[in-house]
Design a protein around this ligand. Structure first.
Ligand code: GLY
Length: 375
């Protein structure tokens, strides 16, 4: 443990040194992927993209850690930029948690800004409106008005539910949380396999609610185990437990975590899909970082010492491996963590992405007891 804390202290120092340079260079921008080591800006072509809140998460975590006003100023600029998305019903989808929990809701929690509160609530109202009573799921993506995605729900949505729990807690109106719980139950019923691996995409008949089947989505194939989906489920059910204290969610989160841990390769490099061929070198560090954050939180929720230790140590090992083998602290590049992948069947793999960095930072700070809880 001593050794682990040493690396984390070292990482923290490097983070505090690098991030003011990166934040200044990215002033007014919305980072996502990198080109030649520098973040590309999503402000125009990608103004509704699901990852647009993560840079806000980085900024609020850094502001909370250092008190530096640079981060607060930039976080508020980003939050305002997301209004263009908030006012575009065709750009609003189930990913409102990722976008507004890490921006407006974070702002409200920290500064009590009334406008930020309203943004968060508007996003939650919109997300709640995506709930389909038949089937009991929150619709994932939009379509061109042809209804082709009306019956689509995805495992990632588990990580968006905290926006609904937040909305119920600040308005004392339980309907948001009822919708979140109904969606979580539908996920338990249809998205979790007997071995506690999870499916990515579920299709429902949007009129009758009948579950029609699963698709491989960003994983290798139907029936395979997409690692980031497994990480979303692990962290997402942990969040549903934290916000409801219903032990059912804790049990599910633990079984999903156990399954994730069972499949971690010896070198702790997380593949894009746990079932991909052994010789395939495609990795997803974002799955490692998300799972690490979830495991560290889960270790605070479970009751047995052996479980606590297992989840905490595994979370630490995932983060330490990212630090030792896949991090870049040179401030001439924007990113920190390399070797992420968006989807198994994409052409490109093993590159940096802003949410790989966000979850690495969140996990590192959690390990040191210095994170602000934004979910
Ligand atoms: N939520 C989309 C993804 O994980 O790629």
């Amino acid at each position: 443990m001593e050794e682990i804390n040493n690396w984390a202290d070292e990482a923290l120092e490097k983070l505090i040194k690098k991030m003011p340079v990166v934040a200044t260079r990215n002033s007014g921008r919305i980072p996502y992927l990198t080109k030649d080591g520098l973040y590309e800006d999503m402000s125009e072509a990608g103004y509704c993209w699901w990852t647009n809140g993560f840079w806000g998460g980085v900024l609020w975590q850094m502001h909370n850690l250092t008190g530096d006003e640079l981060y607060l100023r930039e976080a508020k600029i980003l939050e305002e930029k997301l209004d263009r998305n908030l006012m575009d019903p065709f750009g609003m989808d189930h990913d409102s948690g990722f976008k507004w929990l890490l921006t407006a809701v974070a702002d409200y929690k920290i500064t009590k800004d009334d406008k930020a509160f309203k943004r968060g609530l508007l996003a939650a109202e919109n997300m709640a409106g995506r709930f389909n009573l038949a089937g009991g799921y929150i619709r994932a993506w939009n379509d061109n008005g042809d209804g082709s995605n009306a019956g689509t729900a995805i495992i990632d949505c588990m990580m968006n539910l905290p926006l609904l729990y937040w909305a119920s807690s600040v308005t004392r109106d339980p309907r948001f949380s009822q919708i979140a719980k109904a969606h979580a139950q539908t996920t338990i019923n249809n998205f979790i396999r007997p071995d506690y691996s999870v499916i990515h995409i579920g299709r429902f008949d949007s009129t009758t609610g009948e579950f029609l089947g699963s698709e491989g989505g960003q994983g290798m194939a139907e029936g395979s185990s997409w690692t980031r989906g497994q990480a979303w489920a692990l962290y997402g059910f942990t969040m549903s437990y934290l916000h409801t204290r219903n032990n059912k969610y804790l049990g599910v989160a633990c079984r999903i975590a156990d399954r994730f841990i069972e499949r971690i390769p010896e070198n702790y490099h997380i593949p894009v899909d746990f079932d991909q061929p052994y010789e395939c070198a495609w990795e997803d560090s974002s799955a490692a970082a998300i799972a690490a954050c979830g495991l560290l939180k889960l270790s605070e929720c479970v009751h047995y010492e052996s479980e606590k230790k297992n989840y905490k140590n595994t979370g630490e090992m995932l983060l330490k491996t990212l630090y030792d083998e896949l991090s870049n602290w040179d401030d001439s590049v924007d990113y920190i963590i390399d070797n992420c992948s968006v989807a198994y069947h994409d052409k490109e793999h093993n590159f940096p992405m802003v949410y790989g960095d966000y979850y690495f930072i969140e996990g590192l700070l959690r390990l040191k007891g210095k994170d602000i809880f934004l979910w």
